[in-house]
Design a protein around this ligand. Structure first.
Ligand SMILES: Cc1ncc(C[n+]2csc(CCOP(=O)(O)OP(=O)(O)O)c2C)c(N)n1
Length: 654
């Protein structure tokens, strides 16, 4: 009880000090990203006091009390919030503090995302057969996000050991609750997920303790999630000391009235009345807390910022960086199989080798009923339609020590999860300060597919969207051999990897070695040697390029077909080598030009001196893909287009 009091008081002083520093910075025209916790200390600190060291906790953006409650030192917190190298995340997270050892994996920069990451941590705890739990904290407005709904539904369906704590403080920044919540209690939403929903006075330590204890017990016993709604009030400003305080969205009277219910004197008096604490002891705790915060501030202010080199250190972005291994092709017998079979063979072999791998996807238990389900049953998990929730869950589980495969279906659906793919999974490591943060996750995407007649919402090639995403890798095989080898590498990688497989290629057959092998991520392959022109192509366009090259040869032109296999990080060295040899470059792709444009820009920068002709990009027109077989095929770049463009390039003389 006294420990909770000490942390609540520490948190209040921390909040006051942050405001003081922020006010000073504002005088210089700078400011701090920060969210006041004043008035909301009780719930997080009480709930966290019930957690074990090995549990998981995903913090509130209004987070001081969640971090202090979990036991972080105010010194490391203060330095991190100021962006200093001595901070908990080496100054890379700022106010988004993560701590691997304390199970703090998600950073609530964008409302909702950390809820899914927490669900993933809970899934990891469950798959491992432990009784560890995960607690998420956030405000009531965050419960309107898709990430909240998808993650809660997923957690409820999978009966995950998760406790969702919603701190209801009455505002979404300046918007009153009446404008964003059509119900009085967020806890009522629990009915929709078939889980218990409890409302509690969030400023009453004893009441919070009781409901949290029950929810944690329920989670540890494998009975699934609980939604706790803690009613409270934000006494401070949303972000900073003077961001519109009493500026109209709430009255001075309202805030003054709320201060009379300040939870700190309330709890202090309760402890004194109970005889647990004396006035003198309470004052001493207060003085000590103030001194601890002052010392933390001095330390943080005197610490240095990261250097340029530290900010751009690739080891922050990617775990286990090292030289890309050379490809070793095994000799010996091969077996003809489809790309789909090769892919599943890789998954099967890796799941047998590594018990931490699980496979989450819509309808996956049916698709793999005769294969993976029979062998790995509980590691093959059906998912509701929740692309964002699925990727967040895979991210959290991976960060918590599993290896996730998340099957997203067609590439068009990935944009539903864009935030999670682009802004959460690949940033988790760098914003956490590198170190032990890793996200070994493979996102499987059934890509493109013009020529099947399934329309513009099921056929787009969107891989280029993910090429400038620091922390992510993108692979796109074009043969069964590469499909297997790249999937095995992706499943051994310590980073998030997007794995695209073209729909039309799933049934395409080719030889696959019977012996063990991998295809290293980041190594291109020249699929046909040539000396007059480099054709940069990938996926389904590789076979077309190869037959165009055979035709060109008959006409006296030697085309080299360059298949990057990995789109990011691109094997630039091999690409430049090829272009330096041929002096000409054509990109040939099914998407609407994104990848080719990026490649052309690279070559212009690195190999302009050797170009004998302009670079040509052959791609799908930048229009909505027609919604019928005839129209979509009509617009698709074909072998004849490639042959024509190459012959045009051959006319240039430089
Ligand atoms: C996806 C997203 N949209 C908008 C914001 C901007 N934003 C930051 S805090 C906040 C209000 C959140 O309200 P609530 O969840 O009730 O928590 P509170 O701030 O009241 O503690 C908003 C809209 C954001 N961070 N993320």
């Amino acid at each position: 009880m006294i420990g909770i009091f000490r942390r609540i008081v520490l948190c209040r002083h921390f909040d006051e000090k942050i405001d003081e520093i922020d006010a000073e910075l504002r005088k210089k025209g700078e400011n701090l990203i920060q969210h006041a916790t004043t008035g909301q200390e009780v719930t997080p600190i009480t709930v966290c006091s019930l957690l074990r060291k090995d549990d998981y906790m995903q913090p509130y953006h209004r987070g001081w009390a969640t971090w202090i409650g979990r036991g972080l030192s105010v010194k490391e917190m203060m330095a991190e919030i100021l962006g200093k190298r001595t901070g908990k995340c080496l100054g890379m997270g700022g106010v988004h503090i993560a701590d691997y050892d304390l199970g703090i994996l998600g950073r609530p920069g964008k409302q909702g995302a950390h809820i899914g990451i927490g669900a993933g941590a809970a899934l990891a705890a469950k798959l491992r057969g432990t009784d560890r739990v995960n607690v998420n904290f956030h405000g009531e407005a965050a419960s309107n996000t898709g990430a909240f709904h998808e993650s809660m539904n997923l957690a409820a369906v999978l009966k995950l050991p998760m406790i969702e704590v919603v701190e209801f403080n009455g505002f979404q920044i300046s918007t009153p609750v009446s404008d964003f919540l059509p119900i009085s209690n967020v806890a009522d939403r629990a009915v929709a997920y078939g889980i218990p929903g409890v409302v509690v006075d969030g400023n009453d330590v004893f009441a919070v303790y009781e409901v949290a204890q029950e929810a944690i017990k329920r989670a540890r016993e494998g009975r699934g999630p609980t939604l706790i709604e803690a009613k409270t009030y934000r006494l401070g400003e949303h972000a900073g000391p003077d961001a519109g305080a009493y500026g109209g969205y709430r009255s001075k009277e309202e805030v003054d009235e709320a201060w009379k219910r300040d939870p700190i004197p309330r709890y202090r008096n309760q402890l004194i009345e109970m005889g647990v604490l004396t006035e003198a002891e309470a004052d001493r705790i207060d003085r000590e807390a103030r001194a601890e915060v002052e010392e933390a501030a001095r330390f943080a202010l005197e610490s240095r910022y990261p250097t340029y080199e530290e900010y751009v250190d690739e080891n922050m972005l990617y775990a286990d960086l090292g030289p890309i291994p050379a490809e070793v092709k095994p000799g010996g017998p091969t077996r003809e199989m489809t790309m789909g079979e090769a892919f599943f063979q890789a998954v099967d072999e890796e799941m047998a080798r590594d018990e931490t791998i699980f496979y989450l996807g819509q309808g996956i238990r049916w698709a793999a009923r005769n294969t993976l389900v029979k062998k790995y049953n509980r590691r093959i998990i059906n998912s509701p339609i929740s692309e964002e929730g699925e990727v967040l869950c895979g991210t959290g589980a991976a960060a918590a020590g599993m290896r996730s495969i998340v099957d997203l279906g067609v590439s068009d659906f990935t944009v539903r999860a864009f935030d999670a793919i682009y802004d959460e999974a690949p940033k988790l490591r760098s914003m956490g300060g590198g170190g032990r943060f890793k996200v070994p996750m493979v996102l499987v995407v059934s890509a493109s597919g013009i020529g099947i007649g399934i329309g513009s919402h099921h056929s787009q090639s969107l891989e280029y969207l993910y090429l400038r995403c620091p922390g992510l890798k993108v692979v796109y095989p074009s043969t069964p051999h590469d499909a297997k080898g790249l999937m095995k590498s992706a499943l051994r990688d310590s980073n998030p990897v997007m794995y695209f497989m073209h729909k039309l290629m799933v049934r395409r057959k080719g030889p696959v070695p019977e012996a063990e092998y991998t295809v290293p991520i980041g190594r291109a392959e020249v699929k046909r040697e040539g000396s007059d022109v480099t054709v940069f192509t990938y996926g389904c366009m590789v076979p077309s390029a190869l037959s165009a090259a055979a035709e060109l040869e008959k006409q006296g032109v030697s085309a080299e077909v360059f298949d990057p296999r990995t789109l990011h990080p691109l094997d630039k060295e091999s690409l430049f080598k090829s272009v330096r040899k041929t002096g000409r470059l054509v990109t040939f792709e099914e998407d609407n030009g994104g990848v080719g444009v990026a490649v052309a820009a690279l070559v212009a920068e690195e190999a302009f001196d050797v170009l004998k002709a302009p670079v040509r990009n052959i791609h799908y027109p930048n229009v909505t893909i027609p919604n019928c077989y005839y129209g979509e095929r009509l617009l698709l770049p074909k072998e004849a287009d490639l042959i024509r463009e190459v012959k045009e390039l051959m006319k240039y003389r430089r």
